[in-house]
Design a protein around this ligand. Structure first.
Ligand code: SF4
Length: 411
């Protein structure tokens, strides 16, 4: 039986660097696109030679970045040829493409649809001119709504939208901020979307926002307002019939991201492109965050990876706990890190209503999702497992790469 293959493709180009973004990207031009495409061809050939695609069927493709919708039509076609040539497709291939709203032209939408993209992830972030300006986005307030409607008209019936909260905009009073967030949520659920990815702004090292923050600007809201905005989003999603299936993800029934769910449940995935991460079930690695460094390594028979890490059994246990507690289904009650010294902690958290026990599993309540970092810290500290895990908010290969950390990044 063929093994399901999950592929993340990093397209490292952006029209402009957003002031909050810490992901690897650079400006787009034809020469850079050609370097990226040649590197991609070489990387696929190298993985194939190493047996990385043997016995596989493509189950999910996720094109993120960066801004995959910036690729030229020819670049998109060549990349599609390369990636679709990796392995036979499964009958239910899910192919997601991240999209900047300004790029949703009828021609591009038709090309993507024709080629087999069946899921779009639209980087709306907001429908409010002031919030978009604060975030340094290149699209206007109407553009994202138009992009979603045009995509639906072009035949896309599986559209995800990104929205950002936790924005403290100078000179915007709290009451107006609340109204703007409520309007953003209403606008989002008024559109023909099937999925919402919610992000709470975090100030990341090396970003323009970090410089502003250091200079004294407060760019994120107080904790109580953060919780109120998060819960307002949960309520709005519920009213629209969306299930809250992961800490920062909401979907209509049957419309969960299959790619992300595979990554969150420990399935191996292959990352292609500069800065892309991969996981084979035992080891994880990341390519260098440099287009030229990655391409040159591949062209000269070198290793394009920045690091390879072999996970010990205890690291795997911690990661399973971290990843599964993000999901509505939670983690098995019998998970090794929930027993022993952590047992009374878990019982206490259930008593406090931040964790819920059902069907032999332990999951976060809505309030628990807001406290997820703290829950994980308390449980792993009690189990003596602190300091071993990588923070999963930074996990690669999953939706949300287009912005920054999700609600889990909140401290
Ligand atoms: S947030 Fe998205 S569009 Fe903005 S610079 Fe980062 S990857 Fe590019």
């Amino acid at each position: 039986m063929a093994r399901p293959l999950h592929v993340y493709l990093h397209v490292p180009f952006c029209a402009r660097k957003c002031p909050y973004c810490h992901f690897y990207n650079l400006g787009h031009d034809d020469a850079r696109e050609a370097v990226w495409l040649d590197g991609l061809a070489r990387e696929i050939a190298a993985v194939r030679e190493a047996g990385g695609f043997e016995g596989c069927r493509l189950a999910t493709l996720y094109w993120g970045g960066g801004t995959p919708s910036l690729l030229s039509p020819e670049g998109f076609e060549r990349a599609a040829d390369l990636v679709l040539g990796i392995a036979p497709r499964s009958d239910r291939l899910e192919w997601t493409l991240e999209l900047n709203p300004s790029d949703a032209t009828p021609t591009r939408l038709a090309v993507w649809r024709e080629r087999g993209v069946d899921r779009l992830s639209v980087g709306a972030q907001s429908f409010d001119a002031r919030r978009l300006e604060f975030l340094g986005r290149t699209h206007g307030a109407e553009t994202a709504a138009r992009a979603v409607r045009d995509a639906a008209a072009a035949g896309f019936d599986n559209i995800s939208l990104d929205l950002i909260f936790n924005l403290e905009i100078p000179d915007v009073a709290p009451a107006e901020r609340r109204r703007a967030w409520t309007r953003d949520l209403a606008s989002a659920f008024d559109l023909p979307i099937s999925h919402l990815s919610l992000y709470g702004l975090t100030i990341e090292p090396g970003t323009a926002f970090e410089a502003r923050s250091r200079a004294g600007d407060r760019l994120t809201v107080p904790d109580a307002a953060y919780a109120a905005e998060f819960r307002a989003a949960c309520r709005a999603a519920r009213s629209a019939g969306f299930e809250h299936y992961e800490v920062s993800s909401f979907a209509l029934p049957g419309r969960r991201s299959r790619h992300n769910t595979a990554c969150w449940t420990g399935a191996p995935y292959v990352g292609l492109g500069p800065a892309a991460h991969s996981f084979d079930g035992v080891r994880r690695w990341a390519n260098v965050s440099s287009l030229t460094g990655w391409a040159e390594a591949l062209a000269t028979g070198g290793d394009p990876r920045a690091f390879v890490e072999l996970l010990s059994p205890s690291q795997r246990e911690i990661e399973t706990l971290y990843l599964e507690l993000r999901r509505a289904e939670g983690v098995e009650r019998g998970h090794p890190l929930l027993g022993g010294a952590a047992e009374p902690i878990v019982r206490g958290l259930v008593g406090e209503g931040v964790l819920v026990e059902r069907d032999g599993r332990v999951a976060c309540s809505e309030r628990g999702f807001l406290l997820l970092d703290e829950i994980l810290e308390r449980v792993t500290a009690a189990a003596g497992a602190v300091g071993v895990a990588m923070h999963p908010a930074a996990w690669p290969g999953t939706e949300g790469r287009d912005s920054f950390d999700n609600v889990l990044g909140r401290r």
